[in-house]
Design a protein around this ligand. Sequence first.
Ligand code: IMP
Length: 429
Amino acid sequence: MTNVTIIGAQWGDEGKGKVVDWLASRADIVVRFQGGHNAGHTLVVGNETYKLSLLPSGLVRGKLGIIGNGVVIDPVALLAEIDRVTAQGLLVSPETLRIADNAILILPLHAAIDSAREAARGERKIGTTGRGIGPAYEDKVARRAIRVCDLAEPETLAAKLDELLLHHNTLLAGLGAPIFNKQDLLASLLALAPRILPYAEPVWERLAIAKRAGERILFEGAQAVMLDVDHGTYPFVTSSNTVAGTAASGSGVGPGTVGRVLGIAKAYCTRVGSGPFPTELHDETGRLLGERGHEFGTVTGRKRRCGWFDAALVRQAVKVGGIDGIALTKLDVLDGFAELKIGVGYLINGKSYKHLPAGMAAQAAAMPIYETLEGWSGSTRGARTWADLPAQAIKYVKHIEELIEAPVTLLSTSPERDDTILMQDPFAD
Ligand code: IMP
């Protein structure tokens, strides 16, 4: 048995929740390794609907959840989420949840800066979730961030707040936003400490023991490859690395522990926030995809932009993300279209490309090169075997496999957990 890492292969919201939940039920430990409460998915178990942002999905299945050092943690949001799911009957305790003691904390000033900067950008805004994710990661690499372990050292905390506020209050004042008071921040962090610290530990040690014991680990990625701070559509990206390699550095294990990498991609494509989206549809087809796919953000409720499947983009995500196989979701949303288009490359200022070049102007100018396929009249909804699928739907999936240069190892045909066609068990050796 191998470990499994799940990452998004487009711009997020690929329907990871269902796949993660299914795999979590078969894992021993589920680890979050990057991002923060900008992520969000809905898990339906029995009669309960759980909305998770920071907590690893495995908790819903009674599995040990670990929040790795690569995650940025808003302690207020974390405790609110714990309280919410506890009220729904879930057990979240230091026995079921562990948090890396070297993870970075998001403070209220990070969200304030996130919003103030977005407002200052005006038309050129990134469309962030406004949760302070970017500013918190900036503090991490600038070596002034407050970490979980600092909550146990009031003097360290006080000294670090001085440095942090010198930087951020200057910025906030410049942006015309209210500044923060050190004593208030210190008092609120010290008040949170007794609830956070019981979860804190060097999680790398626990993961090393689990690995030795042959336990199955599922690394649960957030956001997606095209939002990766290095490989995505920069600067319209999130502030962490979302590729599979981050599962290692973001939780304190070696690269070999990451295991098989499953990329999740929708049978079409969506994005929230600003930034390039070559196959975006501004017409009736785009509207229809959004309506049928219920394309509204889980975290912010924003309407998602919709478009055709971009095979050139997913091929790129497969390569840079280290993806071994793709779980293709929401195929049923394409039921009934007379014809379907797939992006296979880009035309930029008269030159054709097989990949999306890095330049911001080039990305903005990228026009999709399409292949057109015949649609299918039958339904794929709820299909559980290849035999349940219309021949043309099989052709669509097979063609995608060729174009993205990776196998489709799982096909999801409805939000129901069992409406899945599994070609290869990701945990199998
Ligand atoms: P941030 O992560 O809040 O800084 O937002 C940066 C960009 O990533 C924005 O375009 C967001 O809409 C996008 N983003 C962040 N988290 C998610 C997610 O979980 N799904 C989809 N998009 C996301």
